[in-house]
Design a protein around this ligand. Structure first.
Ligand SMILES: [Fe+2]
Length: 269
């Protein structure tokens, strides 16, 4: 089983650059890399901020940009998205709550839960009572291992520039997650950086954006500073022993060399 996570595409309408870059071109590089190396993935999950300003023309460009991606795609909402504009282009996308883009599915032994943490008009995320009760019911119905995908991270990442904009009622939801009887992994975007760790006993991962990143200035408070540090996607590999996440850059000179080293010094005990 292999799941790819891409995040924070920030696609713009044609001729609208973002920080001097065309986010669609960056996405195309990502798609080509995934097709070359991970065409066998079961799914490719896009954890929100699909567009930069929720413009219908940006969703149309996104739709075109995803046509070549080989693995099946799952699309999620971020704070830069607009559900109505999204629905006009992606009318067939699944949801189990009509006013949101939120649902779940089973892939092999894992339950994959896609949360809609968009709170219209706000940058931070929020799960209202309707979305929360759906999540509670979903966790109660499936006692096996779970991956929860959300745009906004649940954890405080010890990163002040983005922590104030995370999922604002995460602590309210924590007991529900902790009560789950099987492994539960959290995957998010929003922070435009790759990070991993443990939040109150729950493992989490965040992945960078495909277009731009946020500078890792741990003393900076207020809005983050954007950069063009290398972009990555995550390759999530569950197996019988647990789960591994690899972070894969996709915008680099793809030269490869045999690793020989000094074989006389290599020993396997
Ligand atoms: Fe973003």
């Amino acid at each position: 089983m292999k799941i790819i996570q891409i995040s924070d595409l920030h696609i713009t309408p044609a001729d609208h650059l973002l920080f001097g870059s065309d986010p669609l071109r960056r996405l195309q590089q990502c798609v080509q890399h995934i097709n070359r190396h991970h065409a066998d993935a079961d799914l490719c999950v896009l954890t929100g901020d699909l567009t930069h300003a929720g413009h219908p023309l940006a969703y149309e460009r996104l739709h075109a940009g995803l046509q070549d991606l080989i693995p099946p795609v799952r699309l999620m909402m971020g704070n830069h998205d607009n559900r109505a504009a999204f629905r006009r282009v992606f009318a067939q996308e699944r949801t189990e709550l009509s006013d949101f883009v939120q649902y779940a599915e089973t892939v092999q032994d894992w339950r994959l839960i896609y949360l809609d943490t968009l709170q219209d008009g706000f940058t931070n995320g929020y799960l209202c009572e309707l979305r929360l009760s759906w999540l509670q019911n979903e966790l109660a119905r499936h006692s096996g291992p779970v991956m929860i995908f959300s745009h906004h991270p649940f954890p405080n990442l010890q990163y002040p520039a983005m922590d104030w904009l995370r999922l604002s009622n995460a602590s309210q939801i924590l007991p529900m997650l902790k009560a789950h009887p099987a492994p539960l992994h959290l995957f998010a975007g929003h922070v435009h950086r790759c990070a991993s760790g443990i939040w109150n006993g729950l493992p989490f991962v965040t992945v960078s954006g495909t277009n731009h990143q946020h500078e890792l200035d741990l003393a900076h408070e207020g809005a983050a500073t954007s950069t063009f540090e290398p972009a990555s996607y995550a390759v999530i590999l569950p197996n019988a022993e647990g789960l591994t996440v690899h972070f894969q850059p996709f915008d680099y000179l793809e030269l490869r060399f045999p690793y020989t080293g000094d074989l006389g010094q290599l020993r396997c005990m």
